[in-house]
Design a protein around this ligand. Structure first.
Ligand code: ATP
Ligand code: MG
Length: 486
C-alpha cells in the first residue's frame, strides 16, 4: 500500500480481510483496492501476474501467511482497480466491468455490508471507509446485502450461497440463535428463499468451493440447515434431503437427516474428505430402509452410500483424491468391533482393505457417527481398544512386501518362471497369512508356493479374490447379525 501511495495512488485493504480484522480474526487472504489501473499497478510492482480479464493484478510479496506451504517463496496479494459491474444477464457474471475513480462505487458492488469495508489512508489519515454501515451490522451480527437483496442476488446467484457460508463461518457455535448470535437479515433471507432456484446457473466448481467452506466451518450443522431452510440444498446435494423425516431404529433417536448433520458437527477431524464422508456416511439409509419403527433395517447402506458419495462428489467436481477417500470411508464406516470378540485376523483384513494410512480418518468418521447418534452405544473404550489393535497388527504382514519370501525366491527356489504368475501367487499367500500370521515363515510359504505353482494364473487370482471376499462376506454377515437392525 505504501508503494502504491508513494507512486501517487490511493490504496485500501478491502472486503473480507477488513471484516476479519474488526472481528479480531486472522484474515485468510488480503485484498487491496486502488485507483491505479492494472498497467499502473504493474509499473509499481514489476513481475506481478496479470491474467485476469476482470483487472486483478497478483502482486508477489515475500511469504507471510501461516497457511502458505514452505516450498512457496512468495504470497500473492490481489490488487484490484476500483470498478463497477453491470449487466449480469446470465445471473453469474457481469456483462461489463468498468473502472471507476471512486472507492465508494467499488464498495457498492460488493455483496454484503460487512464485506463492503475498506481501510487505508484517506486525506492523510488512516481510516475505515464504511458507506453502507458495515461496522454497525458487524456489531449487531447481521448479514445484509449492500442495496436491495433481490437485485444483488439476481446479479450473481453465488451470493446466495456466500450469505450462508458467511453465516456458518461467523456464527458462534457455542451460542444459541436467540438474536444475539449472527443471523441473516430478514429481507436478505427472504430474497435467498425466493431466488434459490437461480443457483442452478452457477458452476459446480464455484458451488463446491463455498460448500467446502461451510463443511469446514465451526457451525457446519447450522450452515447446512440454513442451506435447507433457504431452499439452496436442493441445488447442491438433494440426496441429503431424502433423509429428512426418515426415522431410524432403536440405535438412534434422530432422523437420518438430523443424524448426518450431528455426526458432521461432532466429527473430530478438520480434513475436508473426512468431513464430507461423515456428512454422507448414511446418505443411502433412506433408499435402503426396510420396515418401520424400531426394527427397521438399512442393509447395505454402507456400500450403496459409497457409490452415492462417489456420484455426488464427482458431480460437484471434487478432485479424485477426495472422491476416492470419502467413498472408501463411507464404504467401511460400519466395521464391527468388540473387545475379545473380533480376531486379530479380522482387524488385519480391515486394515488391508482400508489402508493403514486411512485408519485414523475412519476412526474420526466413527466418532462422529457415534456421538451424532444420540444413543450412547459403542463405548469410546471399544474404539480405543481397536486403535490399540490396529497399532498391534500394523506390524503384521499386510502387504506382499511384508511376506517372509519375495518374488525372486519363487523364481530361484521354486523354479516358477518370471511373469505375472509370481504376483498372483504372492497375493494368495498374503491372503492366507492375513488369516493366520503364523504361516508367514519362509518354509511354510515356499511349501505352499510349490503346491500353488500347479494352478494357472486365472485360478490363482480367483483364489486370492475368493479368500478376501469370502471373509468379507462372512464379516458382513456378522455385522448384520450383531446390528441386525442397522
Ligand atoms: P474469505 O474469508 O473466505 O476470504 P471473503 O469475504 O474475503 O472471505 P473473497 O472471496 O476473498 O471472500 O472475496 C473478497 C471480497 O470480494 C469480499 O469480501 C466481497 O467484498 C467481494 N466479493 C467476493 N465475491 C463476491 C461476489 N460474488 N459478489 C460481490 N462481491 C464479492
Ligand atoms: Mg478473502
Amino acid at each position: 500500500m505504501t508503494a502504491l501511495e508513494q507512486a501517487g495512488f490511493e490504496a485500501f485493504i478491502v472486503g473480507g480481510c477488513v471484516r476479519d480484522l474488526l472481528l479480531e480474526r486472522v484474515p485468510k487472504d488480503w485484498d487491496i483496492t486502488t485507483n491505479a489501473t492494472p498497467e499502473e499497478i504493474l509499473a509499481v510492482f514489476p513481475g506481478s501476474v496479470y491474467e485476469n480479464r476482470f483487472g486483478t493484478v497478483g502482486v508477489k510479496v515475500p511469504r507471510f501467511l501461516k497457511t502458505t506451504p514452505p516450498k512457496h517463496e512468495h504470497d500473492i496479494i490481489e490488487v484490484t482497480t476500483y470498478r463497477v459491474e453491470s449487466g449480469y444477464e446470465d445471473k453469474r457474471r457481469p456483462d461489463e466491468v468498468r473502472f471507476t475513480a471512486s472507492l465508494e462505487e467499488d464498495l457498492a458492488r460488493r455483496d454484503f455490508t460487512v464485506n463492503a469495508l475498506a481501510y487505508g489512508k484517506k486525506e492523510d489519515k488512516e481510516q475505515l471507509i464504511d458507506p453502507f454501515h458495515g461496522q454497525e451490522d458487524l456489531e449487531k451480527k447481521i448479514i445484509r446485502t449492500v442495496g436491495v437483496p433481490e437485485e444483488r442476488f439476481g446479479e450473481d446467484a453465488l451470493r446466495l450461497m456466500r450469505a450462508v457460508r458467511l453465516f456458518a463461518e461467523l456464527r458462534d457455535p457455542q451460542e444459541k440463535d436467540d438474536g444475539k448470535n449472527w443471523r441473516i437479515e430478514e429481507g436478505t433471507l427472504l430474497a435467498i428463499k425466493k431466488l434459490s432456484g437461480n443457483l442452478a446457473h452457477i458452476s459446480q466448481e464455484r458451488i463446491r468451493d463455498e460448500f467446502s467452506k461451510i463443511v469446514l466451518s465451526p457451525s457446519s450443522k447450522e450452515g447446512i440447515e440454513m442451506l435447507e431452510y433457504s431452499g439452496l440444498l436442493e441445488y447442491i446435494i438433494p440426496e441429503l434431503r431424502e433423509g429428512i423425516g426418515v426415522t431410524q431404529n432403536l440405535h438412534h433417536i434422530y432422523t437420518v437427516w438430523e443424524h448426518n448433520l450431528r455426526a458432521l458437527q461432532t466429527c473430530p477431524s478438520q480434513k475436508l474428505s473426512v468431513r464430507l464422508a461423515t456428512l454422507l456416511h448414511d446418505v443411502a439409509k433412506p433408499c435402503t430402509k426396510r420396515g418401520e419403527g424400531y426394527r427397521s433395517t438399512f442393509y447395505n447402506h454402507d456400500h450403496v452410500g459409497a457409490r452415492m458419495t462417489t456420484k455426488i462428489l464427482e458431480r460437484l467436481k471434487y478432485p479424485q483424491a477426495i472422491v476416492k477417500k470419502a467413498s472408501l470411508l463411507v464404504d467401511n464406516h460400519l466395521f464391527y468391533y468388540n473387545v475379545g470378540e473380533v480376531t486379530e485376523a479380522s482387524v488385519r483384513r480391515l486394515v488391508k482393505r482400508v489402508g493403514l494410512e486411512n485408519m485414523d480418518d475412519l476412526m474420526a468418521v466413527r466418532v462422529g457417527d457415534r456421538l451424532g447418534s444420540g444413543v450412547p452405544k459403542a463405548k469410546p473404550y471399544k474404539l480405543r481398544h481397536l486403535e490399540y489393535m490396529i497399532e498391534k497388527v500394523s506390524r503384521d504382514p499386510l502387504s506382499v512386501k511384508m511376506l517372509a519370501i519375495k518374488g525372486t525366491d519363487l523364481i530361484e527356489t521354486v523354479g516358477i518362471p518370471a511373469g505375472p504368475k509370481i504376483g498372483a501367487i504372492l497375493d494368495v499367500l498374503l491372503a492366507e497369512v492375513i488369516d493366520d500370521k503364523e504361516k508367514n515363515t519362509r518354509e511354510i510359504l515356499l511349501g505352499r508356493a510349490r503346491t500353488l505353482a500347479a494352478s494357472d494364473i486365472g485360478e490363482l487370482r480367483a483364489l486370492a479374490q475368493e479368500k478376501i471376499e469370502e471373509k468379507r462376506e462372512a464379516e458382513d454377515q456378522a455385522i448384520r447379525k450383531r446390528h441386525w437392525v442397522e
